[in-house]
Design a protein around this ligand. Sequence first.
Ligand code: FES
Ligand SMILES: [Fe+2]
Length: 421
Amino acid sequence: MKDALAASAPQAVDARVYHDLEIFAEEQLRIFRGPVWVYVALEAELDGPGAFKSTFVGDTPVVVTRDGDGALHAWVNRCAHKGALVCRTPRGRATDGSFVCVYHQWAYDAQGNLRGVPFRRGLKGIGGMAQEFDLTQHGLQKLRVATLCGMVFLSFDEKAPPLEQFLGEAMCHYIRRVFNRPVRVLGYARQNMRGNWKLYSENSRDGYHGGLLHLFYPTFGIYRPSQESAGEVDEVGFHNAFTVSKPSQQDGYESYQREANREMSGATAGAEMLHDPSVLAFRPEFDDNIALLIQSLFPSVVLQQIQNTLATRQIVTRGVDETELVWTYFGYADDDEAMTRHRIRNINLVGPAGYISMEDGEAVELCQQGTAGTEGWKSFVEMGGDGLVPRVEPIGLDENAVRGFWKGYLSLMKGAAEVLP
Ligand code: FES
Ligand SMILES: [Fe+2]
C-alpha cells in the first residue's frame, strides 16, 4: 500500500489512507508511538496522591497516575506477565498507591514498578519463580510525561523534542490563554464515529465547512464568513488555531442569515425560534474579544473555547474505520455557581449532539463511506491555493490548515512508504 502514501500530497490525498490496515498500523508506530506528544488528560482530573486515569495513545491503552509526592507518571496498561489490562476503570484513586492485575495479582506502584508477585517463592518448596527472577526487570512500560498549563501529554519516543518546542510558540500562547488559572472538570461526553481518525483531524482544521455545514452558526448569529477571524498554523503544519472574534456591534441575526448560503429549515426568526435563547448567551471573559477558539494539536486533540464552553476533544483510534472522540468539559475553579450553570447550558452547542457540532461526526462517516473501495482516487484540497501559509485571515475561504495537517502527517509517514508492501 506504499503507493497510496507515495502518491499523496498535502493538497491531494489518496483515499486509501483512510481504509488501509497496514497504513493504520504504521501510523500507530510512526505517529502515535513516534516522536510526538499525545494529549491524554487534564491535571485537574488527577487531583491528589493516588489519582489515576486510564486512556489511550492511539490504540495503545495507557494509564496516567499521580504518586504520593504529587509527581505524574504514565505507563502502558499491559501487565508484564501475560498482557492483561492492569487498570480496568477509567478514573479513580488508588488509596494504597498500588495497581494490582486481577488475573494473577501482580502488583505495581504508581510509577509502574513491579512490587509483588504471588507465590514468587512457591509453596513448601514447590513451584514459584526462579531464584534469579528480578522484579525490577518486569515492570510496566514507562512513558515520558510532560505538562503545559495543566494539559498532560505523553510520548513513547526519546526523540520527541521538548513539549513546548513541539507545540511551537503560537500554540503555547493559546493554551496559556485558556488555562490562565486553575480549571475544574464539569463532565464528559463520548462520541463514536465510524470513520478514520484523520477525517476528524481534517474536519477540525477545516474552516471552509463551518458556516456551510453547521447552519446553527449563521442562523443564530454565532459565526458568518465576514466576521473578524484568523487561522494560524505552526511551521510544519501539524497544529492549527482558529479564532473568531465577537462582533464589535451586535447587528441582529438577520444579517448573519443573509450571509448564509442556505436556510435552516423553518428557522427564519433567529433566537425567537428557541424556547430558551440563553443557550446562545456569551459572557466575555478574556480581554481579547475572541468568542471562538478551535485549536487542533497534532496528532489527536482539539482544545476549544466556543463562547463560554471550554473543552478538550481527545481523538482515540479504535480501528482503521472507527474513532472515538472524548469530550472533557471544564470551567474555572473560581467560577461561581451561576457561571458554572451558564457553562453547562452553553455545552448544548457542542459535543456529539451539539447544535453546532453534531454534523461533524456525520461528515466523517460520509467521507469514510464515499471513499470505500477506491483505487488511486484523490481528494482535492486546493481551496485558497495549494501551499501552506502561516496565517490566513479571515477563515472559511481556504483549506490551508488541512494541507498543514497532511504536510505534517506525510513528514512522519515518509519512511512507511519504503517498508510497506
Ligand atoms: S496477566 Fe497480570 S498477573 Fe497475570
Ligand atoms: Fe465542524
